[in-house]
Write a protein that binds this ligand. Sequence first.
Ligand code: ADP
Length: 298
Amino acid sequence: MSINVKSVSKIYKTQKALNNVSFAAEKGQIVGFLGPNGAGKSTIMKILTGFIKPTDGEVFVNEIDVKQFPLEVQKIIGYLPEHNPLYTDMYVKEYLQFQASVHKIDKSEVNICIEKVGLTAEAHKKINQLSKGYQQRVGLAAAILHNPEILILDEPTTGLDPNQLVEIRALIKELGKNKTVLFSSHIMQEVEAVCDRVIIIKKGEILIDKKLAELTQTKEQIIEVTFDYKIEEQFISRLQNVVSYKNNYDNTWYITFESEQDMRPIIFDFAQENGLKILSLNKQNKNLETFFREITND
Ligand code: ADP
């Protein structure tokens, strides 16, 4: 296992940020870390990279105990923190050459890396002259410079424009072929496009740890229906193939069905039989976004 997190908890003074978190990841896997703000994603990443210590539990990276040997671990990990710390007064190339000397890497690697992350045209500029997206690329270049086996990327695509997003996602995917990549994101489509596996975390606990294919291959569909009149729960529960239902606003229901058949005509007949009028009726197939909303919404 290249990453092995065992029963990790973290308490910051009085704030419990992680509660008994365990997961493992192997080489060649891209694991997406999803969760609302404050869920504990950055905390796990900081613990994995040895920048902070867990209150409880153990973390191994390539079988090395991170608590005991954080510097050894940092040699095999590339880390892009959420608040990308850059020396903004330095030139792009100068900064990456400085990073190369820290890692004792040949400076020729810098040019290769600059090209890989698409920074060639900006390499002569000062970091503070770059847009947020390009600054993010500098951080990514610094993280992969020493060709680490493991990449930990905390919201690497924040602030990128749509074209840059596509490029950086493709790069992450390429890097994931022979590395272990753990990255956090708020963008479900991104996780769907890039990851093999998804870990959803909320209030410091892992709610879901599954292969993406397992999560999205389902016959479930969600129907959002608004009636002109408030109806009671027992009417909804009597519908066939209902898995769950929620009534967020007075007359609007979100009903999850397990069925290959489109359930909208059945809802339509149901409304007619009960003398109700439908004001709107929408069907969503279950995807990562609907799944995420369902399990992280209180
Ligand atoms: P995420 O990355 O999912 O947004 P974090 O790991 O940053 O979540 O934070 C998890 C929880 O721990 C939050 O409640 C946050 O306020 C708290 N937290 C994070 N860092 C500190 C800190 N240095 N001191 C106190 N509380 C912290």
